[in-house]
Design a protein around this ligand. Sequence first.
Ligand code: GZL
Length: 336
Amino acid sequence: MRKLTMILATAMVATMLPAMAVSAEDEVISVGFAQVGHESDWRTASTKSCQDVFSEENGYDLKFVDCDNDEAAQKEAVRSFIEQEVDYIIIDPIIATGWDTVLTECEDAGIPVIVIDRTIDDSDKYVSWVGSNFKTEGQAAAEWLKAYAEKEGIDELNILTISGSTGSSAQIGRSDGFNEVAEENGWNLIDEQTGDFTEAGGQEVMENYCKSYEGQFNVVVCQNDNEAFGAMTAMDNAGVTYGPGNDVILISYDACTAGLEDVAAGKITADFECNPLAAPFVEDVIKTLAAGEEPEKEVYMIEHWYALPEQIVDFEIDGVPQEMTEVTDEVIEAQY
Ligand code: GZL
């Protein structure tokens, strides 16, 4: 019993130690991170998560490149990491395809690649992917809408979507997940145009929608909070009201702090979280590799579906009951 106790205690102490360099010689571990850009609150939180974990204090040399939503620049950043002979490469792929050539170059250079957040769909030459199930996020939003509309006695759903960056796995998954449920239920999907995950993009698309579809829509789906912020500005300017008890049901994704504040303010009707804090799980992958073990190929983040009490309804995804989280001051305070 004593031996077992010692093992558990040691294990507990080990988990309590701050993140530390993962090489036996305690050399600095160099990590190259090719980040999508700086387009949203979500992205800012994702970047901070990596900078906090892969810090000099924790024994890392983080080489960070903000690729500014430019696919070519992202490939160039990865190749620069190869030239610098980093120990590990992290990629959040702007779009899901066009990766096999550069991943082969990483493999030839013997540098493990860890993909975070968005997926790479045309190559598996990476060690692990840490992120979210975007299709599930889309299904959650649609199944919630179905249950909420039934509760509110709304018979007709006329839907406008402001989608994310075209070709990103987040946009593909959210569109596929939501639209499949919409088509199963015969909802009217009026239009879907990209806002590129930015506030300016959301406002521009919503301005066009307010002109083209005046009086024809009662649901707006924004594929991230920053698009929703822009859409709200456009609807304010067009005299369209949104949020519980108003003209338009406004659905958003990410559930960043500012997004949840808009839920609490009765502006966003429901917000479907995408968790940006992947870096601790990426460090676990690096530690597993450094220990000579094989990490999981896929690591899924835990996410929540947020609303105010009046908008919390029971719904299922593929028969699995979903729990919603009430937006409170404490929940907002704790968000990213
Ligand atoms: C999703 C992520 C998306 C966020 C946006 O995981 O890639 O990109 O939903 C961000 O806020 O721009």
